[in-house]
Write a new protein. Structure first.
Length: 116
């Protein structure tokens, strides 16, 4: 029981550390690095648009053109997809790394074990 409590505390500290890393970006008014799930959740739309507009300008698109608008839209959609995939992968990894518990019960000569 004591070991289980310590493991749960360690898991909480690990999750808090991971959250701090994800939220530790230092650009703009949002939290997290540009393109991260935290950044998308906390950065105003106008600031996101400016970020993607600057990326498209760096690719050589001219401001105010339909090609620039399409680039901004593509960059935003692509970046959100990558952020979502990274968040899902991190969550799945965290779930898979949780310790498993096996409980066995004996009934006569039969032993039944369940792992969860």
């Amino acid at each position: 029981m004591q070991g289980e409590i310590i493991m749960r505390k360690n898991n909480i500290f690990a999750a808090a550390g991971a959250a701090a890393i994800l939220l530790s970006g230092c650009s703009g008014s949002g939290l997290g690095m540009p393109g991260s799930p935290a950044w998308f959740a906390t950065t105003p739309q106008a600031e996101q648009a400016t970020y993607f507009r600057n990326r498209c300008v760096s690719y050589g698109f001219e401001p105010g053109t339909p090609a620039m608008a399409q680039c901004i839209q593509n960059e935003s959609i692509s970046s959100r997809g990558r952020a979502s995939a990274r968040a899902n992968a991190a969550f799945a990894n965290m779930q898979n790394s949780q310790p498993k518990t096996t409980t066995c019960n004996r009934f006569g000569n039969t032993v039944n074990c369940t792992t969860f």
